[in-house]
Design a protein around this ligand. Structure first.
Ligand code: PLP
Length: 396
């Protein structure tokens, strides 16, 4: 169900990744690594993980041939339907893996940070299923903007801590969650929202999310008898992308494409295109690319897709960009909204704005590929949450 385990502290020639945490966290990160390596080789743990993925989250998700879209764009396009996963997005794969691991470690309390609330909701939902208390740090500004997600988290029994320091958004919530963890390392597991952060999180979250690519690869072989020519995923921190790419990295003929948010694309800093426009730095426990000012202060990002609004990116993707193994392009809000409408109209699927970035890049790239090329697109989540924003954008 998963790609081969590939635990790496550092990525690429520029040594992205690492473990930039205060000394008090290093011991618990070591504990997480040890437990993960043990759990991953333990049939009892893996059996339970696979059972929860199946009966609670609804795996396997389908691979769907997009007939009308393929006809219009003249290339065969297949969609991996993570939008059908319980919770409405791929995040559930990782929260189940991490919270089961926390139980395996004997931890009794889960903390997480969240921006727009999607990771907070996924963590709270999984905490309710597994009987683990969850506390979520969320910027006070985000708490006000995302009341529906706060209500969801509270319904799942989670405690939401509004964070008023700094700009009262995600980066401030990250700082407070880190402080909580340092204070409570004995009892507490920190559930990361993406394949980023200090070692071992980038490799561990990749492993949990590799179920997406592993399933898709087998499904495509069964349905079409081929490998894809090109694989597309959107990039926030990079977890659905690295999970989708994982089983294809050793297939040299499979091209890998990541779509990141160009936002308004008007020359301003209202974007979140970390890979193509970020600069190297250290934040959130890792050496990676970030959107930051000349003094190294993390800047506020913007995307029409709230889930892509992360000022950093997972270190493995940065190394894949440097080596040329994967190609990353920025997609604007305007192109995203068009792809969102296109998939709804032609296939009866409302994709998340996040996922619509991946689709937009696939549609942009299709004409550059061979006429018989097979494109595989990760539809990371469903877009019901984005309906109001869509019609606002259209000026209705
Ligand atoms: C959170 C989210 C993302 C971005 O997260 P990654 O870690 O980059 O995958 C993408 N799509 C959806 C639907 C999301 O909810």
């Amino acid at each position: 169900m998963f790609a081969e385990l590939d635990l790496r502290v550092r990525f690429g020639e520029k040594n992205y990744g690492g473990l930039y945490s205060s000394e008090s966290l290093v011991a618990v990160l070591q504990e997480v690594e040890d437990a993960f390596v043990k759990a991953q080789a333990d049939p009892v743990f893996m059996g339970r993980f696979e059972e929860v993925l199946k009966t609670f989250a609804g795996r396997a998700t389908p691979l769907m041939f997009a007939e009308r879209l393929s006809e219009k764009y003249g290339r065969r396009i297949y969609l991996k339907r993570e939008d059908l996963l319980h919770g409405g997005a791929h995040k559930t794969n990782s929260t189940i893996g991490q919270l089961l691991l926390a139980q395996y470690m004997g931890k009794t309390r889960i903390i997480a940070e969240t921006g727009a609330g999607q990771h907070g909701v996924a963590t709270a939902m999984t905490g309710a299923k597994l009987g683990l208390p969850v506390e979520v740090y969320m910027g006070a500004v985000d708490v006000r903007r995302q009341q529906t997600n706060v209500k969801r988290m509270e319904l799942f029994g989670a405690t939401v801590h509004p964070v008023s320091s700094g700009g009262a958004t995600l980066k401030d919530a990250i700082n407070d969650a880190m402080r909580d963890w340092i204070t409570n390392v004995g009892s507490t597991y920190h559930c990361f929202g993406t394949a980023a952060g200090p070692y071992p999180y980038p490799s561990m979250v990749k492993y949990f999310q590799s179920v997406i690519g592993t399933e898709a690869k087998a499904q495509l072989r069964e349905q079409a008898g081929v490998l894809p020519d090109a694989v597309f995923a959107c990039i926030g921190g990079g977890s659905n992308a690295i999970g989708m790419f994982a089983p294809f990295t050793e297939d040299p003929d499979v091209r890998l494409y990541g779509a990141e948010p160009a936002g308004l694309d008007d020359g301003s800093d209202r974007h979140a295109a970390t890979l193509t426009r970020g600069t190297p730095g250290v934040f959130h426990g890792m050496h990676s690319l970030f959107l930051q000012n000349s003094e190294g202060q993390i800047t506020n990002t913007h995307s029409i897709a709230a889930g892509l609004d992360y000022p950093g990116v997972g270190p493995e993707l940065v190394a894949m960009q440097d080596s040329g193994r994967a190609t990353f392009e920025a997609v604007s809000d305007a192109e995203t909204v068009d792809a969102f409408a296109e998939l709804s109209l032609l296939e009866g699927i409302i994709p998340a704005f996040e996922s619509a970035h991946a689709l937009a890049l696939a549609l942009r790239t299709a004409p550059r590929l061979d006429p018989d090329a097979v494109l595989l697109v990760c539809v990371s989540g469903r877009g019901d949450k984005d309906l109001d924003e869509y019609w606002n954008y259209r000026g209705v």
